[in-house]
Design a protein around this ligand. Structure first.
Ligand code: ATP
Ligand code: MG
Length: 516
């Protein structure tokens, strides 16, 4: 297949109230793995949706292999060999069909439309062929609904490659992946680029870009500001400075906060489904407690169990010394808990409702004034202040959340809980999809709540974040808490050691003995 040569010139897109792209130039060629970065709402997804034929009302010029082209539908994009994998991989797959059927889905639909009979045997063989070429080990007969997220993503990539794909766009593919899964994805991407496919790679995890990308385009506020080879000569802090338009130090200085009494105590918690077992821990007033662990260690399950969303089998929970039992998230909220869930689009958001409603809904009692005018006014004031503090990019507080960029939707969920009046805040992977600047704003808000004496539980696999803001860190492995460390004792290596199953009795000791 011939390598693609793509140029986008002066691309503009306007949505009601938002000029999302203000004349963007972008170019890439087959074989290149091109990083596309920028703050939340900069226009990355919008630009790539133009190429995928999902933003059809663009102005500007697209030149492919020296010829002017128009991309006015997803079909146009496919004809040109351009494919995109969006972040919500779930919605793009048919869960009750097999891997083979999902990989060959587009062809299947075409055959059916053309009233050809679907040759199932041939289809299965071809899907195997595609998977083999990608060197992905997946059973073609497996049902997609049973796969892990990472495997589903591979199925989608395979689907793209089942056609005549010359350019593959991956919009934040690594956000939900573990390190090992990310390595697998990178292996596939390297293979594709060696075959001459042009890959565009969008990510907020800037450090991983160096591993996989050779070129970078940085966008800011609907414009492209830099395009250059990506090497160590362009350090991460420079990238961030271009993204934000100002210099920015990622290192975060934690505030001194005086800790109070234990406000949450959990003893011997085991859930009915055994996803977490024998959990003992506590949180003091003003304390930010980290839960470290890799993807699948049970952090999400622990948060859900505390929040009354997974039934307990044994164990007790005390809030300010009083025994509590939450049978549902509603109880938990009434009891003073707030949870920023990992699957925010699914669990945390009223997608078609305005930003204002989303931000104020978790604290409705605040707004139940006796005059509804008062209520509306206060809602407006509070949501505007949250929009400002978290830098949520929206034309107004009345915009529907569905129309915000991915990262800004995440920020709305954060805002919703930060605005609620809870005692204990649970955060499950809160920075997923959020740019480095917004991450800082979020830290500030979390610390401000801690200063008011709130308790914080911060669960993530991004160890550097835990090291930035936590007072104490528990490490989870296989549904259990395997270690507790003070901030002073913790570093990335130690966290990794325990979260990959290293123990005090054997691993470390052995190592010491051998070196000692
Ligand atoms: N369909 C739409 N209607 C209205 N505004 C939109 C629509 N799609 C995108 N926007 C706006 O366009 C701007 C760019 O959004 P885009 O999704 O491209 O950002 P992004 O760079 O991908 O950000 P993120 O890192 O958060 O995913 C945002 O202000 C967003 O709210
Ligand atoms: Mg996006």
């Amino acid at each position: 297949m011939e390598r693609i040569k793509l140029e986008m010139k002066k691309i503009e897109i306007e949505f009601p109230g938002v000029k999302a792209l203000k004349g963007v130039d972008f170019e890439t060629v087959g074989g290149q793995v091109h990083a596309l970065v920028g703050a939340n709402g900069a226009g990355k997804s919008t630009l790539m949706k133009v190429l995928a034929g999902d933003n059809t009302h663009y102005a500007g010029q697209i030149v492919i292999d020296g010829k002017n082209v128009e991309i006015r539908s997803p079909k146009d994009a496919k004809h040109l060999g351009i494919e995109i994998v969006y972040q919500e991989v779930d919605t793009a797959l048919i869960p009750y069909l097999s891997v083979a059927e999902n990989v060959m889905f587009n062809r299947m639909v075409n055959d059916m439309k053309g009233r050809f009979l679907v040759d199932w045997r041939k289809m299965r063989l071809e899907s195997q062929e595609v998977l083999k070429k990608l060197r992905v080990e997946l059973d073609p007969d497996a049902i997609v609904g049973d796969l892990t997220l990472a495997q589903k993503q591979m199925v989608l990539i395979a689907r793209c490659m089942a056609g005549e794909c010359r350019m593959l766009i991956l919009d934040e593919p690594t956000a939900p992946l573990s390190n090992a899964e990310t390595e697998d994805l990178f292996r596939v991407v390297r293979g594709l680029s060696a075959d001459g496919v042009a890959v565009v790679f969008i990510s907020h995890r800037l450090n991983e870009l160096y591993e996989i990308c050779d070129t970078i385009t940085i966008m800011r506020d609907g414009r492209n500001v830099v395009r250059m080879p990506l090497t160590k000569e362009l350090p991460q802090n420079k990238i961030v400075a271009y993204m934000l338009g100002r210099s920015f130090d990622e290192a975060y200085a934690k505030h001194e906060i005086t800790l109070g009494d234990k406000i949450l105590e959990v003893n011997g918690l085991t859930t009915k489904d055994k996803s977490v077992q024998d959990i003992d821990f506590y949180v003091r007033a003003g304390e930010i407690v980290g839960i470290a662990g890799l993807v699948g260690a049970g952090k999400t399950e622990l948060c859900k169990a505390l929040f009354g969303a997974i039934p307990h089998e044994t164990g007790s929970m005390r809030l300010r010394g009083k025994e509590v039992r939450f049978d549902s998230p509603l109880h938990a909220v009434q009891g003073g808990l707030a949870l920023v869930p990992e699957e925010r689009r699914k669990e945390g958001i009223l997608i078609t409702e305005p930003v204002r409603e989303n931000i104020t809904i978790a604290a409705l009692s605040k707004y139940c004034g006796f005059l509804s005018v008062v209520k509306r006014w206060k809602e407006r004031v509070d949501s505007l202040s949250m929009i400002k503090e978290l830098g949520i990019k929206t034309p107004s507080e009345e915009q529907s959340v569905a129309l915000l960029s991915g990262g800004n939707q995440q920020k709305v969920v954060l805002a919703k809980w930060l605005n609620s009046d809870a005692e204990i805040y649970l955060y499950d992977e809160p920075t997923k999809g959020i740019d480095v600047g917004a991450k800082r704003d979020m830290y500030e808000l979390i610390e401000r709540l801690a200063e008011q004496g709130k308790g914080t539980i911060y669960a993530t696999c991004e160890f550097s974040e835990l090291l930035s803001i936590c007072d104490r860190i528990y490490i989870m492995y296989d549904g259990r808490m395997v270690k507790e460390l003070s901030a002073a004792e913790a570093d990335e290596r130690t966290l990794l050691y325990y979260s990959t199953g290293g123990g005090d009795s054997n691993g470390r000791g052995e190592e010491n003995r051998r070196t000692g």
